[in-house]
Design a protein around this ligand. Structure first.
Ligand code: GLC
Ligand code: CA
Length: 536
């Protein structure tokens, strides 16, 4: 039996921005419930919810102050339970984002921990007399002085996100209880936040610098991390059919590949593919091949190009809709489990602010403050804040032309000016030429053809700016060619192949030469007994 998640496409919902139901400008569970039919119609199989637990939202929910409840902005526990039931009714699975690495500084555990050196929870966090040189991933030092006990605590992210001490077995037990609670509530698995950060070097050695930038050598991927992860995986997999995807921030495939597979996480995000900054088809191809080479037969890659932590790919890669369609085709047709970020299916774009007071993201705000401290002007600091800020991809889902307010504290966060780039679900829904319809066609194909869900690469090649591959299983062979270049590129193929989808044509004559047009994405189905593409 093929595991359900291998055939599934996940849809990431950024909680505050997806669908508001009560007019306070903040997305909520009732809102999501009202859009489940939309998601079903789109053709995704799973939903990834960003954190929905009570939180002061310094880092919008990635600072949890209670692991056993629902943040009142998003609804009540009953709303969550109803949401799970309604999703399951439609055969949509749900995975919850879980932050095991740190808690909010307002979490009672930390409040107890900081109260005195001999508090039983003292050792649940990482306390030291003196800081070392470790830097926070949001910038600045990773140590915060606490005057109550005259010591420093460690925070890999904001100072309000305090790192738990996973060397303490009680922390592990507490977190296993949390996982048990949500699994029994019916979630189908977890997206594990910064999961390779759980262990830090116990000698607290200083991190080295390279070209003026700190290399995070001793604060992630430390000894003992893999055995903790395999304990987590064993624990969760006791429950049948549960899925684990890990956020493993590592550029090194040799490290990354250790985190998934047998008795480990089911899959991990690969940022080498997902977050390439500037578009370059060759780099993309090289990363796909490198992943293929590094992974063993049991390991499955992931495919994504946008998230709540990065610029949307349509904006990042130059704003061209044709290219966005090529990327969508790659994401949904290549080998791996796709994670589609809400709004990408209608071609939503990044938002950049010229008003620092409107910035919500802690990383952007930190960027602004640090730049000012370094002597930069307001304009320069704003520029660097916008570069770092993740608000750009967090704007509300554009259901219709009015749906352009949202985000925390109940006040309208931004108003996106109506311009040529403003796209809406409403105007795309019944338009066969729309981005939305294109995504639907791709997802339908993926659902129909097992080779596109679990098939291996028969071939994965690059030619003159074009990435092409053949995916096969016992029953099918499917050719996907993505011409990212401005010139037509020809391939010798077997005769008689059938057109499944193209962004540029409605028929293919089935001859033995396939000329892929400039910027065309084309998908063909061939005879299983044939070779399909003749190399050379
Ligand atoms: C992950 C989340 C990101 C958050 C960070 C700290 O990278 O995706 O949004 O800021 O963890 O929890
Ligand atoms: Ca609301």
């Amino acid at each position: 039996m093929v595991k359900w998640w291998k055939g599934s496409t996940f849809y990431e919902i950024y909680m505050p921005s997806f669908k508001d139901s009560n007019g306070d400008g903040i997305g909520d569970f009732s809102g999501i419930i009202s859009k489940l039919d939309y998601l079903k119609g789109l053709g995704v199989g799973g939903i990834w919810l960003t954190p929905f637990y009570p939180s002061p939202k310094v880092d919008n929910g990635y600072d949890i102050s209670n692991y056993y409840a629902i943040d009142s902005d998003y609804g009540k526990m009953e709303d969550f339970e109803l949401f799970i039931r309604e999703a399951h009714k439609r055969d949509l699975r749900v995975i919850a984002d879980l932050v095991l690495n740190h808690t909010s500084s307002e979490h009672p555990w930390f409040q107890q921990s900081k109260s005195s050196k001999d508090n039983p929870k003292r050792d649940w966090y990482i306390w030291r007399d003196k800081p070392n040189n470790w830097e926070s991933f949001f910038g600045g030092t990773a140590w915060e002085y606490d005057k109550t006990t005259n010591q420093y605590y460690y925070h890999a992210f904001a100072k309000e996100q305090v790192d738990l001490n996973w060397a303490n077995p009680e922390v592990k037990c507490a977190m296993f209880d949390v996982m048990k609670f949500w699994l029994e509530k019916g979630v189908d698995g977890f997206r594990l936040d910064v999961i390779n950060f759980l262990k830090v070097n116990d000698l607290f050695s200083d991190n080295p610098y390279e070209n003026g930038e700190q290399t995070h050598l001793f604060d992630k991927d430390q000894e003992g991390i893999l055995s903790v992860i395999s304990e987590i995986a064993d624990f969760v997999h006791q429950y049948p059919d549960k899925f684990l995807v890990g956020e493993v921030g590592s550029e090194d495939l040799e490290i990354l590949k250790q985190y998934s597979g047998l008795r480990m996480l089911d899959v991990v995000f690969n940022f080498n593919i997902g977050s390439i900054g500037e578009f370059d088809a060759k780099t993309l191809f090289q990363q796909l091949t490198a992943t293929e080479d590094a992974y063993n037969k049991e390991q499955v890659p992931t495919l994504f190009f946008s998230s709540h932590d990065m610029s949307r790919h349509i904006s990042r890669f130059g704003g061209d809709k044709g290219r966005a369609k090529l990327i969508a085709t790659l994401m949904l047709m290549a080998k791996g489990v796709p994670f589609l970020y809400f709004g990408d299916e209608i071609g939503m774009r990044d938002w950049i602010t010229d008003d620092i007071s409107k910035m919500k993201d802690v990383q952007g705000i930190m960027g602004y403050q640090l730049a000012l401290q370094a002597g930069k002007s307001h304009e320069e600091a704003l520029l660097s804040a916008n570069e770092k800020s993740r608000d750009k991809s967090r704007t509300p889902m554009q259901w219709n032309a009015q749906a352009n307010v949202g985000f925390t504290d109940g006040k309208p966060w931004i108003t996106i000016p109506k311009n040529a780039n403003q796209v809406t679900v409403e105007e795309q829904l019944d338009n066969p030429a729309s981005m939305l319809s294109f995504y639907k066609s791709l997802l339908k194909l993926r659902k129909k053809h097992v080779a596109l869900q679990v098939g291996n690469y028969k071939l994965l090649r690059f030619k003159d700016g074009m990435i092409y591959f053949v995916r096969t299983n016992q029953a099918e062979k499917i050719v996907v060619a993505l011409n990212f270049s401005e010139q037509a590129v020809s391939l010798k193929v077997e005769e008689g192949m059938k057109l499944l989808l193209s962004t540029k044509r409605t028929s293919f004559e089935g001859k033995n030469v396939l000329t892929v047009l400039a910027n065309e994405a084309i998908i063909l189905k061939g005879d299983i007994s044939n070779d399909l593409i003749k190399e050379g």
